[in-house]
Structures are given as C-alpha cells and as structure tokens.
Design a protein around this ligand. Structure first.
Ligand code: AKG
Length: 266
C-alpha cells in the first residue's frame, strides 16, 4: 500500500478487514511509550512475564493517551471507515506473554466495530506481530468459519492453529493498525513482555438493530469487564467538543447495557 487515497483505504478495509498506517505516530512514539509504562505502576501492577497483564479501560488513564482520540491522522482514518461521529467504546493496555490464539473480537451483524492497535515493540511474523486472515470479517467469511472465539482449526481443516494461512501485520513502533472486530486474528512467537494497547471504536448506532448491538456491546465488553463508568476521569475532563462527539452514545445506553448484563448473568 503506497500512499493510498482515502477511498482506496476504505475499499481495502472493506475487502480485507484491516489497514496499516505506517509511521503515523513516529514523532510522538517515545512519549506514548513512557505514558504506557506509567499506567501499570499507577495501578499497582507489575508484569511478571508469566501471563498477560492488562488494564481496562486503558487510554482513559492518562490525558496524553486519551488525546489519541483527537489525533488528526487517527480521526481521519477512522472517520473514513465508519463516519466522523464514531463512538469510543473502550480500550485495553497489555503486556502480552507468548501466543494469542485465533479469535474475533466481536461478531455483530448490524453494528460495525473496529480496533485501533498500537504495538510498542518491533514485531515480525514469527516474533509476535498481529496475524490476520484477510476477508474473514465478511458475511461469507463468517459462514465459512463461524464463531467468535477459539475456532477449532484442527477439526475444520486438519491443521494446527500455527498452520492456518494469514497475513502478517509486521510492526515498527509508531505504526498504527486498524482492523474490523470480525477479522480472525492471532499472534505467534512473541516474547514475554510484548507491549501493546488498543482503542475500540464503533459506528454511531442509528437503526434499532444497531442500538441493540451497542447495548449488547456495552453489556459484554464494558459491564462484563466490570468497567465502573462509561469513561475514565482523564478522558472526560480533557475532552474538547470534538472529542465529546465520540463520548455520547455509550453513556446514553450504559443503563440498558447493565440491564442486559444482569439478565444474561443471573
Ligand atoms: O497481539 C496479540 O497477541 C493479540 C492482540 C489481540 O488479539 C487483540 O488486541 O484483540
């Protein structure tokens, strides 16, 4: 992808389910890494390399990280894919340990959700970069390989998870990846302190079916993670009017999401 136009970027995303924005944050990546590192001790967490350490929500913990929601390059790319009034629907920050199995992040039919991912270490195809299966987000892809979690590649195709064909999103810190939640993704060969964080964003819900999906999203991905309020203090207190556009629908459907959560977990 050499200097694609916005229309080409959107067509690529719609066809394959992901885009990469090389070097978008290269000028600010040192500050971002320092901010990332500061969150974990603030939360009393120390990664021991034995299992994943994560903080949810993540960018909400620091004004500088919250401001990624205002970054002109990110706003332009995301607005191009899902409209300028997109919703911010949570984030996570992680030290990963080892491999991540094949999964989708969510599988809504009406709502359109994507993840913006920031890998903070150089990662290659066998050293923990994100592996994606192009096209697996489409309705056809979902029909061929259904389900959101832990698909059994051995049963389906007689192949181990590591032998499933994929496209490697190799990464230099400062690159930004965006992928549709419905795309199957995994990673393999990473070390025991692979640093990455993400922001989840969704198309503004308008039709009743999209609102149902948003309520379900808030139920599973926010109340399900015991997130205490729609957004963190830093995110809300530093929000410009432009950012506030992305922060309205989750509070609006927060209570409905909680009801949904209570019904499905009682
Ligand atoms: O980098 C990884 O190991 C996996 C990341 C991932 O699955 C995700 O953010 O949804």
């Amino acid at each position: 992808m050499s200097n694609p136009t916005l229309a080409q970027q959107r067509a690529f995303f719609e066809t394959f389910g992901f885009i990469k924005l090389p070097g978008l944050l290269k000028n600010e990546i040192d500050t971002i890494i320092a901010e990332f590192e500061a969150v974990f001790p603030d939360k009393g967490l120390k990664h021991d390399g034995k299992k994943r350490t994560s903080v949810i929500p993540f960018v909400d913990q620091r004004p500088v990280l919250s401001a990624l929601l205002d970054h002109p390059g990110i706003v332009e790319a995301v607005s191009n894919l899902i409209g300028p009034d997109f919703n911010y629907v949570g984030s996570d920050g992680n030290y990963y340990t080892g491999d991540t199995g094949w999964h989708r992040d969510s599988l809504y039919r009406n709502g359109l959700y994507l993840k913006v991912a920031f890998y903070l270490d150089p990662v290659g195809k066998d050293t923990g970069c994100l592996r994606v299966i192009p096209g697996s987000h489409t309705d056809e892809g979902v029909k061929i390989w259904p389900g959101a979690m832990v698909p059994d590649s051995q049963h389906l195709w007689g192949r181990a998870a590591s032998e499933v064909p994929y496209y490697p999103l190799e990464n230099t810190p400062g690159d930004v990846l965006i992928f549709n939640h419905r795309v199957f993704h995994a990673s393999s060969g990473g070390n025991h302190q692979r640093r990455m964080f993400t922001m989840n964003l969704g198309r503004r819900a308008q039709a009743p079916e999209e609102i149902d999906d948003l309520i379900s999203y808030v139920s599973y991905h926010m109340h399900g993670h015991k997130v205490p309020s729609p957004y963190g203090k830093a995110m809300v207190e530093t929000a410009s009017p432009a950012r506030q556009v992305h922060l309205t629908q989750v509070p609006e459907f927060w209570a409905a999401g909680l009801e949904h959560y209570k019904l499905r977990t009682k």
